[in-house]
Design a protein around this ligand. Structure first.
Ligand SMILES: COc1cc(COC(=O)c2cn[nH]c2)cc(-c2cccnc2)c1
Length: 240
């Protein structure tokens, strides 16, 4: 998979060189390219923004600069992603879908955003998704790009050591939150590991873990439970 990220702060994406994503890159599983949007400016001040039509505070990123950059970076099968507070929510399901793509291009907006005609134009030529990482406003799309790249890259076959660990995690296949995890020592600061986990009784352990996942999901994310109509659970299982 190839991922291109275009930003006026390319150094923001440097952490992707490290650890997991770094490993995926050296293993040849991920071709990650970071670009400075200013490389496509046409003036000596390397201007990427201008005042908003209709007035209002702040500045808007110019369509012409983005157009030259995306014309160079996009390929016919690329999926253009624009992190934005106005985007559709990014979930584990989104990450799974995007992990099967050949080419992702992430356009990192700054200021008040990117001229709307950029999304409009490239939507006539390929897939474009304005994606939200959460209901808050960041100063730019770079932090969101880091999240999307990590969430997708870790799903690429061969990137995570033990693929099994991808199945049980939060928002995993069952869609529930992850159960609590423990390691040595068996007692710490007066807190003991639940006995069932020391029992070696795998069926009981599996049951306890599912109950804990259900309990946590009901307590913290009832919205997920409502959505998971496929989950067959009895209320008495959850003395919530
Ligand atoms: C592309 O247009 C954008 C992008 C971003 C950066 O992304 C996020 O903030 C984000 C992504 N998921 N959740 C939040 C921010 C603005 C923006 C800034 C100030 C006022 N209004 C809008 C605009």
């Amino acid at each position: 998979m190839r991922i291109d990220v275009v930003s006026i702060f390319p150094e923001y994406l440097a952490p992707l060189e490290l650890s997991l994503v770094g490993k995926a890159r050296t293993a040849g599983l991920l071709d990650l390219r970071v670009h400075d949007l200013r490389a496509w400016t046409d003036d000596r001040h390397r201007t990427v923004d201008d005042t908003p039509f209709g007035g209002g505070a702040g500045m808007v990123m110019r369509p012409d600069v983005w157009g030259r950059a995306l014309d160079d970076v996009l390929t016919p099968d690329a999926h253009l992603l624009v992190p934005s507070p106005a985007g559709t929510p990014f979930t584990q399901r989104t990450a799974e879908a995007w992990a099967t793509e050949q080419h992702l291009v992430v356009a990192c907006g700054r200021y008040e955003g990117i001229d709307a005609r950029v999304v409009e134009h490239y939507a006539t030529r390929g897939r474009v998704t304005e994606v939200s990482l959460g209901d808050y406003v960041l100063n730019g799309g770079e932090v969101a790009a880091l999240v999307v790249v990590e969430a997708v890259a870790r799903l690429l076959p061969g990137v995570v050591g033990n693929p099994e660990s991808l199945v049980e995690e939060s928002h995993g296949a069952a869609g529930l939150l992850e159960y609590p995890v423990y390691t040595k020592p068996p007692s710490w600061q007066g807190h003991d590991v639940p006995d069932v986990l020391l029992s070696g009784h795998h069926a009981r352990i599996a049951r306890w873990r599912r109950d804990e996942a259900l309990r946590r999901t009901a307590a913290r994310r009832p919205d997920i439970l409502v959505a998971l109509d496929a989950v067959r659970w009895d209320r008495h299982d959850l003395e919530v």
